[in-house]
Design a protein around this ligand. Structure first.
Ligand code: BG6
Length: 487
């Protein structure tokens, strides 16, 4: 992959939560390891009237708070802060952009912009940038979600951005793709020969994807209550996981090949008709309960008013193509669950005939568990014979063949997902960014689910904080004779 690094970076929303927790620590991490291009300047911008020194002080505070102790290095820190400057910007005010352009100066050596803003501000932002010459051929733009709240609004945003930036210079961020373990799905599937022959409807009975979080609303009421679990987590992160599991092998590891294959998966998702939505989806909202031994409030109470926004969703999905015919993909995600866990469980078909049955031996179908976080491991559950003389019958037990990536790569530093994505944005590699056709196909599928909820007047069922969601989520799989992999 040819690298084409820019000389300047512009961060909108530079004093916000994402910048403080993720972007600044990530950029610092890249700087400390000598991965940022020499001389790359980072211009922060946001509303307010900070100056360069004020921004450096804010950035230092954020780094003090969010960098792990073993990453703090005074010399690296001072070198990093020297790269920073600040320009106040109000995206809704077109007069803002001329001073910004002046501050950034010459962009002939390349400029990468990171834009994370409310959907309503994409248009003024992009138009403002164009007007002052910050959208030319040397400029690329990274877009952070939410990129709309349905297909129509996402198209509008995509059209607005496309009027100024061609697709090759648009980098849509889904931070799950920056996670090492998510990329490892590609290595597991396409770097090993033994999974492929069974990686289809003949070998696999069902796929389960769980992304459970223990956090609740987290001061994000303004955004989250208008979004809900489906749009916040499924439309993007979870569907990307589905695509990586379900896609055909790309011929090359290039932006076009990888994204072509993912897009085909999104287009193959079976749209759930309104009358089937109540059978194929479950929504929930947490009420007061206890998470990790602590009493926590219910969603409405945190929000300060009654709401019908779902904080949990479970879906039975299908990928309608040859490979996956008849294989359900069960997805579930929620806030205030008992544990924080992102995991994919691939359940294989049982053996066609058990020779052990007549001698009392019970078999379980094999399961491959890919744990993405908090731990990183791959575990294949296989049947083994318990030691013994078998005089009362054969005893078989499921045992794990476990590859701990944490242990195997213990000496290698784990990077924040945004380190990878910011570096790829700076260097111009689109492989791990989401293409327009992917996003739109994702919305088409989720919009149909929301339409089904509306048509059936479905409201989220309550579940106590600290549990695995409403009991209907258990029924969703048990009806099919499948049990969620919860251990
Ligand atoms: C974000 C969602 O995209 O992903 C949040 O908006 C969610 O609601 C977060 O908490 C989860 O990310 P991670 O990396 O902690 O799994």
């Amino acid at each position: 992959m040819e690298r084409n690094p820019v000389g300047k970076l512009l961060l909108f929303g530079a004093t916000g939560d994402l910048a403080r927790r993720m972007l600044l620590p990530s950029l610092y991490g890249l700087h400390a390891d000598g991965l940022l291009p020499d001389g790359l300047t980072i211009t922060g911008s946001a509303r307010g009237d900070l100056d360069d020194d004020g921004f450096r002080a804010e950035a230092k505070k954020a780094l003090d708070e969010f960098l792990p102790a073993d990453r703090k290095d005074e010399a690296a820190l001072s070198g990093f802060l020297k790269r920073l400057q600040f320009q106040p910007v109000d995206l809704s005010d077109e007069n803002t952009f001329a001073p910004l352009a002046e501050k950034i100066g010459d962009v002939s050596g390349g400029l990468a912009i990171f834009l994370s803003t409310a959907p309503s501000l994409f248009e003024p932002a992009v138009k403002g940038l164009e007007k002052v010459g910050l959208a030319g051929p040397t400029v690329r733009i990274g877009l952070e979600k939410p990129l709309g709240y349905d297909l129509a609004s996402s198209r509008e945003i995509n059209d607005t951005v496309a009027a100024v930036f061609p697709e090759e210079r648009i980098f849509r961020i889904d931070h799950y793709l920056g996670k090492e373990t998510v990329q490892n799905i590609l290595a597991l599937r396409f770097g090993n020969s033994f999974f492929e022959p069974v990686w289809n409807a003949r070998g696999i009975d069902n796929v389960q994807i769980t992304v459970s979080e223990t956090v609740g609303l987290e001061d994000r009421a303004g955004y989250y209550d208008g979004a809900g679990a489906l749009r916040d987590m499924v439309t993007n992160h979870m569907l990307q996981l589905v695509a990586l599991i379900a896609m055909e092998p790309p011929a090359r590891f290039t932006p076009t090949d990888v994204r072509d294959e993912k897009a085909k998966v999104f287009r193959s998702l079976r749209q759930i008709p309104p009358e089937e939505v109540p059978h194929c989806t479950v929504t929930g909202q947490y009420v007061g309960g206890a998470v990790k031994g602590e009493i926590v409030k219910g969603y409405d109470e945190e929000l300060g008013r009654d709401s019908t926004t779902e904080t949990f969703v479970a879906i039975k999905a299908h990928v309608d193509n040859w490979r996956w015919q008849g294989v359900p993909f069960y997805l579930r995600t929620g806030k205030r669950m008992p544990v924080r866990r992102s995991e994919i469980a691939i359940q294989f078909k049982p053996v066609p005939h058990s020779m052990f049955a007549g001698r009392g031996g019970l078999l379980q179908p094999n399961t491959l568990v890919i744990r993405l976080q908090p731990e990183e491991y791959i575990e294949l559950l296989v049947m083994a014979k318990e030691p013994g003389l078998d005089r009362d019958g054969v005893r078989l037990r499921e045992v794990p063949l476990k590859l701990s990536l944490d242990a195997e790569f213990a000496g290698t530093r784990r990077r924040i997902a945004y380190e990878r994505l910011l570096l790829d944005l700076i260097e111009g590699d689109q492989t791990l960014f989401v293409r327009r056709d992917e996003v739109e196909a994702q919305w088409i599928w989720t919009d149909a689910i929301r339409a089904g909820w509306a048509a059936n007047g479905m409201k989220p069922k309550h579940y106590p904080a600290g549990t695995w969601g409403p009991s209907a989520a258990i029924a969703l799989t048990e009806r099919d004779g499948v049990t969620w992999q919860d251990d």
